[in-house]
Design a protein around this ligand. Structure first.
Ligand code: UDP
Ligand code: MG
Length: 325
């Protein structure tokens, strides 16, 4: 079989409830489209029936390729595994498996791709999610835009269509702490945003806990900005400046006005304040050190348990399956 034109990539983690809807909508997209399309579903170590459903699907429908990871690695890694497993298609359409990203937008995205854009990313006009999540996301993207050295578009996640060459470059990026939307911006070429309304989750709950979201935000900040380190230096300089001014004032008081400075409480306050500042500074540096530490191990990003495609099971074993080409 020749390579499909489009690979649709969707990571799934405990998505039993929305699975049949996902497949129905993907089938409808494939049937309506003149393009030849394959779907790569990645099971990120689901604990419910998702893996069984995927297995049945891949065995019965040749358009679906299913990749099963050995355990739960998280959304960004699952997506990476999907990108690595796709056939040599012309372009990759990356969506979430919970139908928050409407697969029907493929046609519109592909049109932009044909106009010569390597990356067509979705920009959320409206988020049908709770107030806290909306505010947190909006704040994060604005912070990232002001401190990041890549030009990260506002309100755009991983939902996108990327060209083959962008996918191949992504595969060559061995970053352990992955922030794919940032890596995508870093790659460059011609990129364009398309607005859409992000639907609420079709069923089930978000699989991103608060901690995981925080980790994702950290990966964005520490992998794509040197601002935290610069900030430490600035705070240090400022403190030094204040200390020098204070010293001068004290000396003047002592030698001109013969007034001995007092105030044990103030002293204690300053010590506690700057102990805090120092610990935060250490923590910020620690974030970079941690990233060096994990990267230096050079571990594979994930382990594939099995790949099922075109009615034949291909158990993968050993290190071959682990490497990103
Ligand atoms: N997901 C995954 N591994 C995880 C968490 C999530 O593969 O550890 C998948 C999940 O099944 C969904 C997509 O990643 O298809 C986005 O996750 P989710 O909807 O929970 O995130 P949110 O949309 O709430 O940010
Ligand atoms: Mg979701």
């Amino acid at each position: 079989m020749s390579n499909p034109q489009i690979s649709i990539i969707a990571p799934l983690y405990n998505e039993t409830e929305s699975f049949s809807q996902l497949v129905a909508r993907l089938n409808a997209v494939m049937e309506a489209s003149p393009l030849s399309i394959e779907v790569v579903l990645v099971d990120d170590g689901s604990r419910d029936h998702t893996a069984v459903l995927m297995q049945q699907l891949a065995l019965s429908d040749h358009r679906y390729q299913c990749v099963f990871l050995s355990r739960n690695y998280g959304h960004q890694i699952a997506l990476t595994a999907g990108i690595a497993s796709a056939s040599a298609s012309e372009a990759l359409f990356i969506i979430d498996g919970d139908l928050q990203d409407p697969p029907e937008l493929l046609t519109e995205f592909y049109q932009k791709y044909q106009e010569g854009y390597d990356v067509v990313y979705a920009v959320r006009k409206k988020r049908k999610e709770n107030w806290f999540k909306r505010t947190a996301y909006a704040g994060f993207y604005r912070l990232m835009q002001s401190i990041s050295y890549v030009d990260l578009p506002l309100d755009s996640g991983d939902f996108s269509l990327i060209s083959r060459r962008v996918a191949d470059i992504l595969k060559q990026m061995p970053e352990e702490s992955r922030f794919i939307r940032g890596m995508r911006s870093w790659i460059g070429f011609r990129q364009i945003g398309v607005e859409y309304e992000r639907d609420a989750r079709l069923a089930g709950e978000s699989k991103y806990s608060f901690g995981m979201l925080q980790q994702l935000a950290y990966n964005g900040i520490f992998n794509f900005s040197e601002y935290p380190v610069k900030l430490i230096t600035r705070v240090g300089m400022m403190t030094l400046g204040i200390a020098i001014l204070y010293l001068i004032q004290t000396l003047i008081k002592r030698f001109v006005y013969h007034d001995v400075p007092q105030g044990f409480t103030a002293l204690l306050f300053v010590i506690i304040l700057f102990s805090g500042v120092q610990l935060i500074a250490l923590g910020l540096i620690g974030e970079y050190v941690l990233r060096i530490f994990f990267q230096a191990k050079g571990r594979p990003l994930y382990v594939v348990r099995e790949v099922i495609r075109q009615q034949q099971r291909q158990p993968l074993q050993g290190m071959d399956s682990l490497k990103l080409q």
